[in-house]
Design a binder for this molecule. Sequence first.
Ligand code: NAD
Ligand code: MN
Length: 361
Amino acid sequence: MKTYRIATVPGDGIGKEVVPAGRRVLEVLAGSESSFTFEFENFDWGGDYFRQHGEMMPESGLNALRGKDAILFGSAGDPHIPDHITLWGLRLKICQGLDQYANVRPTRILPGIDGPLKRCKDKDLNWVIVRENTEGEYSGVGGRVHQGHPIEVATDLSLMTRVGVERIQRFAFRLAQSRPRKLLTVITKSNAQRHAMVMWDEIASQISKEFPDVTWDRELVDAATARMVNRPASLDTIVATNLHADILSDLAAALAGSLGIAPTANINPERLYPSMFEPIHGSAFDIMGKGLANPVGTFWSVVMLLEHLGETDAAERVMKAVEHVTANPSLHTRDLGGMATTAQVTEAVCARIAATADGYI
Ligand code: NAD
Ligand code: MN
């Protein structure tokens, strides 16, 4: 029997509600599996840790994560601490520290969910957005001088390296190749940003030659927002820079029904370090502590975690259980227009996993 070592990092806000729910799903799953089990270690990093220790996670934190098979993450963000401190001190520290350079965000409309696009069929929206996750607009290079004076200057430098762009484009082409439509859209802004984004475009053309069976096109990021709304079926796999993909994937999540449903994988494709799985939403201060958080984004992230571990049958079983539950409107949380609580949705998914155990053991 295999034992997977999983780190859980709930972080802040509703992260503390949805990560335990995700862990519970994994525990119920393991209870009905004979070939693998999980060994969890929880890390209480985040805003509370910051108030006690002056940092979001300890210096030794990355070392503690290195020996794990995967990380299940909640969210970083505290109402009383500036967002750039919580984000850089925890989530970006892990993503960059463990070189999780490919951020993968699937979107589709799950059964029973009423998306806002009235002119398209549910099946028209089936995308995977690949976000560059270690550089670009989030390189952290920049500074502020003469603070508070009229001559104050502030810069954030978007930094793109050939290695960084090549590896994310190659990852995206490979992912597009693995999907039935073999279709990739490269998001750009090379009309306005005439250095790094032009290199981004050139590298896309160069990498495309390695994938002759993948059909690809280029779209400016602003035009891409309209295309997502008006012609969703014309898109399949999408690759974009760190900031562009951040924005497009929130739009994608909203078009699929709610930010509360959407998952993310932060992948180190070479598997030199563990990869990290998390819902795309943040700490949701407005609903934290009320039992209103939709745990589906975390459950779908758990599905991606299982796929990454190679447990594809188990992953499919969890996804089917999630879809079984979303198909029932009385099990929708408030963000989907329903009345169900985090706990009710979690128990329903766990019950379905347990009920479908026969035949899998
Ligand atoms: P948010 O995702 O936390 O919330 C946006 C809106 O969506 C809120 O109205 C919220 O109630 C709702 N929502 C989000 N997730 C939901 C869920 N699971 N179920 C039901 N409703 C849900 O974004 P925000 O308000 O811009 O940010 C709040 C904090 O979270 C900030 O500190 C921000 O920096 C942080 N944040 C962290 C991450 C991360 O760690 N990955 C991502 C985004 C934002
Ligand atoms: Mn975001």
